[in-house]
Design a protein around this ligand. Structure first.
Ligand SMILES: Cc1cc2nc3c(=O)[nH]c(=O)nc-3n(C[C@H](O)[C@H](O)[C@H](O)COP(=O)(O)OP(=O)(O)OC[C@H]3O[C@@H](n4cnc5c(N)ncnc54)[C@H](O)[C@@H]3O)c2cc1C
Length: 408
């Protein structure tokens, strides 16, 4: 049996759901294949920056199910800074949110169904190509689906990415993170918390952070993430790392035991290719994760909306145009972020950088805006200027940082 759609989306996470709902709302015939069940849980910190909230608002997703967040508490050793979310020129809303993925992703995929997308759960897809290598559809256990465009929204690279030649660039950093849920009397806190001075089993500061993200439902999402640029990354024990972070937050948060087994997953931060004849990759499948904070939900939503709009405008040029426009929007920032990852892979540089980054309220506020991708080098004022200087300085230092890191 073979069916035909305008767009076939593989993967029903935020990136796939955003693609589907945006395209279906504009009249495209869309099918989504999701290998998990409805309400599947994605390992995540559940944190939404103001930029992600803006993307949800653009998709007209009511935020009722989420817990609103006013800012970030940044902790570096004994230094604590509580900073409000905010972006120069009010480009984004003044608040973020925490929304457990089981519920957020269900809200998103339900909106895609409401928009008219044909969503099939517990259905695994693999790409089909013609003799010229052009992707022409998706094979499932129930038959083939042909489509003008196949959108890989499959998350961190796996078999679909391999088949498309969209694997991770081996020369670029990636991240690993682990999370659990715990009960805490502070579940209604309106600040998310990031501890930037978590140590591994050898006592070395990791390039990454531990987080407490209050969910507002009696629980807090606790987790730790680290970048692959650190020495000894391959032998890093994420469970031990989580335990050592738990010891730091145990008393201040009054947390109970883990409500479920801690789960870890990858944070892809590059891919060698994100489009080709008949296909594009969106979200994590396109390596769109911010190396400065591990955020990926917003990039999934934005990339999904972009490809949908471009396809509706002109199916023939959509894949190429997507690559250009997504590059203009994110490539510069993400490249700076990856360079930053090599910088903080050197513990001594990280220590000095941290002292500077949280040294004063003003600089910490700029750090937050830069890390949250709420500014770019064209933004007027101090934050935009900082971004411009960081871009330039990291570009110059990058070859040395990579080489010295390799030697370490
Ligand atoms: C521990 C951790 C903490 C994180 N914390 C945050 C955070 O606080 N905030 C934030 O913004 N980001 C965070 N991230 C990143 C965020 O989780 C991802 O960037 C985001 O989920 C990307 O969405 P996506 O739709 O691209 O992929 P996913 O959410 O991974 O969805 C991909 C979907 O594709 C499906 N799939 C895969 N292959 C197939 C196939 N062959 N056929 C059918 N279906 C398939 C999967 O079942 C899955 O449902 C975190 C990541 C980790 C690991």
């Amino acid at each position: 049996m073979s069916e035909r759609f305008d767009i076939a989306v593989i993967g029903g996470g935020p990136a796939g759901a955003a693609t589907a709902m945006r395209a279906a709302r504009q009249g495209a015939r869309v099918v989504v294949l999701e290998k998990g069940p409805h309400g599947r849980d994605k390992v995540c910190g559940d944190g939404l920056t103001p930029r992600a909230v803006a993307a949800l608002q653009e998709l007209e997703i009511p935020l009722d199910g989420s817990h609103p967040i006013d800012g970030l508490r940044m902790i570096a050793g004994k230094q604590v800074r509580e900073l409000p979310w905010g972006s120069p020129g009010d480009r984004f809303p003044p608040h973020g949110a925490v929304w457990p993925r089981r519920r957020l992703d269900a809200a998103l995929i339900d909106a895609a169904v409401d928009a008219g997308a044909d969503v099939r759960f517990q259905t695994e897809g693999e790409v089909i190509a013609d003799d010229s290598g052009r992707v022409i559809g998706v094979r499932t256990g129930h038959g083939d689906i042909h489509a003008d465009l196949v959108v890989a929204a499959t998350g961190a690279p796996g078999s679909v990415a391999r088949a498309l030649g969209a694997d991770r660039d081996p020369n670029e950093p990636y991240g690993l993170a682990i999370r659990a849920y715990v009960e805490s009397p502070r579940h209604l806190d309106r600040h998310i918390e990031a501890c930037l001075t978590v140590k591994d089993q050898r006592g070395t500061w990791i390039p990454g952070y531990g987080w407490m993200f209050p969910c507002g439902d009696g629980t807090v999402n606790i987790g730790v993430g680290a970048l692959s640029t650190m020495q000894g990354f391959k032998s890093l024990n994420l469970n031990s790392l989580l335990e050592s972070y738990r010891a730091i937050v145990q008393d201040p948060w009054g947390i109970g035991p883990n409500l479920e087994r801690p789960r870890a997953w990858r944070l892809p931060m590059s891919v060698v290719q994100r489009h080709g004849p008949g296909w594009v990759a969106v979200g994590d499948a396109a390596g769109l994760v911010n190396p400065m904070n591990g955020e990926g939900i917003d990039y999934g939503l934005e990339s999904g909306m972009l490809i949908a709009d471009l396809f509706v405008k002109d199916p023939a040029s959509a894949a190429v145009e997507y690559d250009v426009q997504i590059g203009e929007r994110f490539d510069g920032f993400l490249r700076t972020g990856r360079r930053f990852a090599f910088l903080i892979g050197h513990p001594r540089l990280m220590r000095t950088g941290l002292r500077f980054a949280v040294g004063t309220e003003r600089i910490a506020q700029i750090t937050l805006q830069v890390m949250g991708n709420l500014v770019d080098s064209s933004t007027p004022g101090a934050a935009g200027f900082t971004m411009k200087v960081a871009d330039k300085a990291l570009a110059v230092a990058d070859p040395v940082l990579r080489k010295t890191r390799a030697r370490a």
